[in-house]
Ligand binder design. Structure first.
Ligand code: CTP
Ligand code: MG
Length: 180
């Protein structure tokens, strides 16, 4: 059932969805690159901070623990067995989401894009690639049983839609400078 797949995909990705949004709220302070440049351009830029990254990662990993508490009830009520996150998977998803976004900023700066410039496609999926890769590295067994091909398919279609929606809301609320 498609609805079941969407629920599983959304649930499995929540610990990766939340970090970027928390980083927007918690961001500020020292940039990770310490102001360093490469070829005349910032390594990452002022948009990637230690504080945003730390709080984002923590929030995603904690959220996974909260979801674990709810999982039995949700599974019983809906008949869909939602994934439970081992700690390594939770950390992998949350930290990986942040690292994917950081890696994208590195590529953006190398390609001459200023902080905040849009990079269509990359902006919407960088954190998905990072989250999935890190989760796979930290807990391959969990990754393979959770992200089956149909679930992966839903993740790849659903994520850009959700990302544009949440960033649009954050922009409208004045929390974010660009709606992407
Ligand atoms: N943020 C942060 N640390 C991160 C990611 C995000 O502090 N690791 C905060 C920053 O305040 C950033 C905001 O969240 O400005 C929005 O994130 P994002 O859109 O990813 O950064 P941009 O400022 O657009 O910079 P870039 O062009 O490098 O993506
Ligand atoms: Mg941006």
């Amino acid at each position: 059932m498609l609805v079941d797949l969407v629920l599983v995909a959304f649930w499995a990705m929540l610990p990766a969805y939340v970090p970027n949004n928390v980083a927007v709220l918690a961001g500020g302070g020292a940039p990770i690159d310490g102001g360093r440049t490469l070829g005349g351009r910032r390594l990452l830029g002022d948009g990637k901070t230690w504080r945003g990254t730390a709080f984002g990662t923590l929030a995603g990993a904690l959220l996974a623990q909260g979801l674990n508490l709810l999982a039995p009830t949700v599974t019983a009520q809906t008949g869909v067995s939602v994934p439970v996150f081992p700690l390594a998977a939770a950390i992998g998803l949350a930290l990986g989401a942040m690292l994917g976004d950081i890696a994208a900023s590195f590529v953006k700066r190398r390609t001459g894009r200023q902080r905040g410039a849009a990079f269509p496609g990359v902006d919407q999926l960088d954190f998905v690639v990072g989250a999935l890769a890190c989760a796979a590295v930290l807990d391959l067994g969990w990754f393979l049983t959770t992200f089956t091909l149909p679930v992966l398919g839903v993740v790849i279609v659903l994520t850009p839609v959700l990302h544009l929606l949440t960033n649009g809301i954050a922009f409208a609320l004045g929390l974010k400078d660009e709606p992407y």
